[in-house]
Design a protein around this ligand. Structure first.
Ligand code: UDX
Length: 485
């Protein structure tokens, strides 16, 4: 009888930072001969369709988060409400998907799910389907959360009381200060709406502890986080990154040059690549704060002034307002978005650089004209910058970005982290200018960036994807339930 191919179902939380690495993992599994179905929420899928951004060759399906027409925080409730509706509707919807696949003779042999969906493992277990978490942040951050929920809660809760506080966690080769911890762990953040997300991380850890030596697929590579991957003995953290389009890594699919699956629409004229072609080597400052962060108006002004003062060309991504008929996420966002349009020096800015609503970031970063990346240090942006050999000005905002910024500056030494003013918390134009000069001029930072680029590329060759091997990892855990191994 012909051997049955393993069938992976990849489900993602509906944000760009989760979709991109999961899509890349899907493409690699496909290239290695597995069957793959990719699933995200109905509303996220519609956004991709609208932007004409459904990657070819990947089979898509959707599941429901309970907000198929899009979630609007000021109308539908806070983050906690969203997550609890998502858990209920998402579980039902995912269960139906798994059952349907089995009924159609195409049973899912492994469910892979991203962060914030811990209930997906529960659904899979109920149907005897093996599952694995795709951790889309660095292994270091996984470790910090693990220790926080295991024994270090009290210690970490003290972190803001004494400015000299610092912590050495088991097997991590550096100390962490309060500002290096994932922002959700800071007591001063405990009233912020983002703290609705912390219980989900806790539940995720508890879910993993139900397995014997649970496998966690981490979007990182061995050379980058060797100690961090082995810090926790009871789990098996497998580095499967960097999860980037093939054209920038092993080149096995030269046409695979962007992620696809964009939730935002690119610049209509799309001429930023042409503009980059006209710039000198390593001269352009690329600025982007990812898909979620919104800077305040005063912060945007400081950033704009810093760019003007450098007199260097820049490419700045400022995401467009959501369409008019959609509600704004909240007052703060609304205000910031309205104010973005009123930047006092917009005329001057436009003479010196280019502002776009969205771009293919991986293509931009790999362009020879890019000299540095002013980044919020979302994990995807950080890995993309490392893999392109582009030094960074680390300007973290929240969640894992603060820890990622620590790694960039102090561990990998491929960038400089901005210091916000003690007076009002803003990163002033002078400080940004200082960081930009260091990063654009420092030979050491540039050499380190190149070294990490080479190591990232090597990593993509050294462990080619073999779904049977990956599959084998899960087989150890639930051998009787698998077919086609
Ligand atoms: C979120 C969290 O905020 C982040 O901290 C976490 O590590 C991952 O999930 P996000 O803030 O969107 O992600 O940042 P990031 O992880 O950098 O992901 C953004 C993705 O969008 C990147 O893959 C980047 O290439 C892509 N992007 C961004 C574009 O393709 N075009 C753009 O114009 C901007």
């Amino acid at each position: 009888m012909a051997e049955q191919k393993p069938h992976f179902l990849l489900v993602t939380y509906p944000v760009q930072g989760h979709i991109n690495p999961a899509l890349q993992f899907a493409k690699r599994l496909l290239r290695a001969g597995a069957r793959v179905t990719f699933s995200t929420t109905v509303s996220a899928y519609r956004k991709m369709e609208k932007g004409n951004s459904i990657p070819k060759g990947v089979t898509f399906t959707t599941f429901s988060d309970g907000y198929d027409d899009g979630y609007r925080r000021n109308v539908d409730g806070d983050g906690q409400t969203y997550l609890s509706v998502f858990r209920q509707r998402g579980s039902e919807s995912l269960r139906e998907l798994l059952k349907k696949s089995a009924a159609e003779g195409n049973p899912v042999t492994c469910l892979v799910y991203t962060l914030l969906l811990p209930w997906a493992a529960e659904v899979a277990r109920g149907l005897n389907v093996p599952s694995a978490l795709l951790w889309i942040q660095p292994a270091t951050v996984f470790d910090v959360y693990y220790y926080y929920f295991n024994e270090y809660n009290d210690v970490i809760s003290e972190c803001e009381k004494d400015p000299s506080w610092c912590l050495k966690l088991p097997n991590l080769p550096f100390e962490l200060k309060a500002r290096d911890l994932p922002s959700f762990l800071l007591p001063s953040n405990s009233y912020s709406y983002t703290c609705a997300l912390l219980p989900s991380f806790k539940e995720q850890m508890e879910e993993l502890e139900k397995e014997e030596k649970a496998t966690i697929l981490v979007n990182t590579f061995e050379a980058l986080e060797a100690d961090m991957l082995r810090s926790i003995e009871k789990f098996q953290l497998i580095p499967i990154g960097p999860l980037l389009p093939s054209a920038f890594l092993d080149g096995k699919d030269p046409l695979d040059k962007s992620f696809g699956g964009d939730l935002f629409q690119r610049s209509k004229d799309g001429d930023y690549m042409e503009w980059l072609n006209s710039q000198e080597k390593s001269s352009v400052i690329y600025v982007s704060f990812g898909s979620l962060s919104v800077l305040s108006k005063p912060q945007m002004e400081e950033l704009a002034r810093a760019l003007i003062q450098t007199r260097r060309p820049f490419l700045w991504v400022i995401r467009e307002k959501e369409t008019k008929e959609k509600e704004k996420q909240d007052q703060e966002t609304k205000q910031a978005e309205e104010e973005e349009e009123e930047l006092s020096c917009m005329g001057e800015l436009k003479q010196q650089g280019l502002i776009v609503p969205w771009c293919s970031q991986v293509e931009v970063l790999s362009h020879p004209s890019i000299g540095c990346f002013v980044t919020h240090c979302g994990w995807n942006s950080t890995l993309e910058s490392l893999t392109s050999g582009v030094p960074m000005v680390a300007f973290p905002q929240w969640t894992d970005q603060t820890t990622n910024a620590k790694l960039v500056q102090d561990v990998w030494k491929t960038g400089v982290r901005v210091k916000p003013s003690e007076e009002d918390g803003l990163v002033k134009s002078e400080e940004l200018g200082r960081c930009l000069e260091v990063v654009m001029e420092s030979d050491e930072t540039k050499e380190n960036a190149k070294r990490w680029r080479d190591l990232a590329i090597q990593a993509s060759f050294s462990k080619p994807f073999n779904p049977k091997n990956e599959y084998g990892q899960f087989k150890n855990r639930r051998s009787t339930k698998l077919k086609g191994a």
